[in-house]
Design a protein around this ligand. Structure first.
Ligand code: NAD
Length: 336
């Protein structure tokens, strides 16, 4: 199948090309992201392959459908950037990679948690400046801390297990379904409001839906414990960034580690080091000594990129052969 691969980076080209040896699709690697202005680049392609910040709204889907596209293959798990109802109406199938390497994201989450809690980036920049003073670098043990995990699916369950069984944390969890295996090791499911009131650290692993949007907002922060540490490797809009900044300024929030950001589509995955970044909210976030931000890289391991490429191309082969799409995303998935 002829596939327009939008937002191609060097690593996409490498891992998709390697995995394509088993499929022989015609992959057209395109650097621009998919949006209404770039959609015509998919002319002559039956499928587009996109990532987290490509725009796949109704207008874009209409343009794609008009040029013969019948499949949107997301090379990621989240699908909040796709108008699923419009896709269904236009007869375009949407597939994703439901699980590639939850370990990649879970391990990075723990890394961020430790890094912000123990001030590792600040310590490293001091040492590079021959400043070996330790003032301001006091952390807390993870052992015995009360950590709240919101969303205990594939990634959240690994994080909860690692915190509970590995570090000996007191782990609270919130999800619409419970995981008996986690309960067996002592993870306690509580209502989200209770978790947000009791946890010293909150880590987010639920999908972004209308229900979960801004689940960390001014009201949640007001009810939280003093010095709350927040880690988000899920989706930026789970947090109201303006409220987060207020919480940092008032010192109610003691630390923040983010791999995702509400308005990341305008920033992440690009080298903007020669540009003036106009996002004042993001720039304000970077001024806090207790905030650590990475550019949506939690997934970025060899294992995950291999799995993403193999699953994406297998889905495209299924579509080409008219087989049932194992990783199809339907409108029924929007709820929850
Ligand atoms: P998953 O579907 O396995 O788990 C999501 C969990 O969230 C499920 O258990 C679900 O029941 C739960 N959930 C749904 N609605 C909820 C709600 N209202 N409150 C609490 N829990 C709720 O997904 P996953 O593979 O564990 O991925 C989690 C998220 O991580 C994805 O949605 C994606 O946005 C993000 N992600 C980020 C990266 C990255 O590189 N930073 C990589 C992969 C995934």
């Amino acid at each position: 199948m002829r596939v327009a691969v939008f937002g191609t980076k060097g690593y996409d080209r490498r891992f998709l090309s390697e995995a394509n040896a088993a499929h022989a699709h015609e992959l057209i690697f395109l650097e621009p992201r998919l949006d209404l202005s770039t959609a015509p680049l998919a002319a002559g392609c039956a499928a587009v392959c996109v990532f987290v910040n490509d725009c796949v709204d109704a207008q874009v889907l209409e343009a794609l459908a008009g040029s013969g596209v019948r499949l949107v293959a997301l090379r990621c798990a989240g699908f909040n950037n796709v108008d699923l109802a419009a896709a269904e109406r236009l007869g375009i199938d949407v597939v994703r990679v439901p699980a590639y390497s939850p370990h990649a994201v879970a391990e990075f989450t723990i890394g961020l948690m430790l890094a912000v809690d123990r001030h590792i980036p600040r310590a490293w920049s001091r040492v590079r400046d021959n400043n070996f003073a330790l003032d301001g670098l006091i952390g807390r043990n993870l052992h015995g801390r009360m950590v709240g995990v919101i969303g205990t699916g594939k990634i959240g369950a690994l994080v909860a297990r690692s915190l509970r069984a590995g570090f000996g944390c007191d782990v609270l969890a919130s999800d619409v379904v419970t995981d008996p295996e986690l309960e067996r090791i002592g993870v306690r499911y509580v209502p989200r409001a209770t978790l947000l009131e009791q946890a010293e650290i909150v880590t987010l692993h639920c999908p972004l839906t209308p229900v979960t949007r801004h689940l960390i907002d001014a009201a949640a922060i007001a009810r939280a414990r003093e010095g709350l540490l927040i880690v988000n490797t899920s989706r930026g809009a789970l947090i109201d960034t303006a409220a987060l900044i207020d919480g940092l300024k008032s010192r109610k929030i003691g630390g923040v580690a983010l791999d995702v950001y509400e308005q990341e589509a305008d920033l992440f995955f690009e080298d903007l080091s020669n540009e003036i970044v106009g996002d004042d909210v993001f720039q304000r976030l970077l001024t806090f000594p207790n905030v650590l931000v990475t550019g949506h890289q939690a997934f970025l391991t060899e294992e995950a990129l291999t799995a993403i490429a193999e699953t994406t191309l297998a889905s495209i082969s299924e579509a080409e052969a008219g087989r049932e799409l194992a990783n199809r995303v339907g409108t029924e998935r929007v709820a929850g």
